[in-house]
Design a protein around this ligand. Sequence first.
Ligand code: SF4
Length: 117
Amino acid sequence: MDMICINCPKGCHLSIEKDGDGWNIQGYACERGKAYALSEMTDPRRTLTSTVKIKDGTITRCPVKTSAPIPKDMVRDAAKSLDSVTVIAPVKVGDVIVANVLGTGSDIIATRNIAKA
Ligand code: SF4
């Protein structure tokens, strides 16, 4: 399998093949690329960025993200779960909006300060 490392702008082209119980990974220029390739093959994860409704704030949506990457196949459900979330202003960067989203161990946190209107 071929993929491009997304960890920095260099965009190394990675080549990954199963090698017995492990993986033969070629093309990385640093260890982050090797770790990324291994993660993609064994436990792919993504950071979810989205917004939730906010009441009594200076804007109507509060930008949020996961505090740590979550399993890639749970991102869609995690995003959907935010449809029913409404927070009350004020909100500060880093406030936990949803703890342990879908049992992933990652929280949904605010990424913007929003004052009360
Ligand atoms: S392998 Fe290292 S240098 Fe290459 S794109 Fe990934 S992070 Fe950047």
